[in-house]
Write a protein that binds this ligand. Sequence first.
Ligand code: OOB
Length: 555
Amino acid sequence: MVEHSTAGITKWPEDFAEHYRQAGYWEDQSLSSHLIKTVDRVPERVALVDAADGTRLTYAELLDRADAAAERLLAGGLDRDDRVLIILPNSWQFVVLTLACFRAGIIPIMALPAHRRYELQFLSTLAEARAIFAADVIKDFDYQVMGEELRSEVPTLEQIFVTGTPHSGNECLDELLAPGQNPEEARARLDLSAPAGEDAALFLLSGGTTGLPKLIVRTHNDYAYNIKACTEVAKLTEDSVSLVTMPVSHNFPLACPGVLGSLFLGARTVLLPSANPTKAFPVIEAESVTDTAVVPAVAQTWIEYAAAQATNQLESLRTIQVGGSRMPDELARRVEPVLGCNLQQVFGMAEGLINMTRLDDDPEVIHATQGRPVSEADEVRIVDPLGEDLPDGVSGRILTRGPYTPRGYYAAPEANSKAFDEGGWYAPGDIVERRPDGNLVVQGRDKDMINRGGEKISAEEVESLVYRIPGLSMVAAVAMPDPVLGEKVCLYAQISKGFTLTLEDVREHLHSTGIAAFKIPERIEIVDEIPTTKVGKIDKRALRQDIAERISVEQ
Ligand code: OOB
């Protein structure tokens, strides 16, 4: 048994918790209790379609498998509150396993399939993870081998479950997730030990601003409310069919309202591991998909593809949510005429606060803003560099608190002292203007992060790894403009006399450190001197401007 430190978890202050309960935002129930109500109401409805392998599960089948898996995990040596690492693509296995964890009170760490040993070793050490649930081989990458490497490095890690054929010493995930012998009995036993509303339900990964990724503890109470508030604003109903092509472990497709929102309502979720329109459009047609969520880069490829093909495959599509990075207004204006569906802009974060445009907003609001908070209990301030509140129409740093925005990262006192103030306000590092109509417009950010089509990259993390290459006197990772992804990573390097450095060297080196591929720079600029500000910090603003100019000259 591993004694976990709960000391790393920051709770909401008592007075806030009390208010959130009294106002009905926190219901003091486990996440799975909401699903169970649906199961009892519509057991025979199809809950889940795995478009890759054709698996279809009804609500009753889903709960049966989740309960059976929860009991197998507990019998196999895991305990309540144990943390486990999930690295699975969009698949039925991901959903069943996540629900099994919620049922058993086991806490999944929601890694992305793109994460690699470097990030995962850090996260599983920090969270004292005891098991890994991984895919087998995807696009030539062997997750099972990576899992074994991690197990040899992280003392708490014992069990590895894989979707393919397990190596000796590992276990078969599909067997773990098979239906049980006696669903009623399993259900009754698990109901007796259901987690409490204030217990941690899952760990999300922060987009990363400083150094390595951080873990965000989401409780049953706060996450259930996040899901319900988003479900309402997205106007999802029992009859909705939602398609998930974004990596499902990300907060947006998981809970805003995403898979969990659909499961709470009794709607249907279709899972597909690819957002490519040649794959996604036929699935939309075949499954009569009504709702989906994508990043702006994907919305752009869908619009281009749909315009070129004059397709009628999207007839059932009612709403497309777009978020994760800033959607250009011009792109927003093309959604309805080309895709023939509503657009809902979403500005959210794994740390909590979710903003959405409303489906009945004026087109101007939908095209030019990122919406407003989904809950009346979300508190938002826009402040100047001294922390003074700014009037509407003036952009500044956004601060937020609320019933689903936790008060601290897991076991990260230093990061917490930077990201949260004494009043518990969280500063995501975005520069936002609040218009007089209450809608927010994301104008930029003051965090050292690169947003590659919704995938967040900490510049500091990349730089610290690049510094391991000999002969570098100074480096800086900055965002360079990209017509499709919005931004990509460009590395500026100042090298010592007698050394040389190519993009290939950098890429090879970073690859060997086991970092996620999306973080690896796609361009290098060797310069005589990296500009610094008056206080001696690297002048990233000057570098971003420099690379933007270089690129515009080349075009
Ligand atoms: C979502 O969550 P994360 O945790 O991957 O990233 C959060 C950050 C925000 O702080 C902001 O910098 C950026 O991503 N962002 C946007 C945006 N949506 C997110 N920037 C501009 N415009 C937008 N619409 O990305 C996320 C989580 C839940 C729902 C939607 C997105």
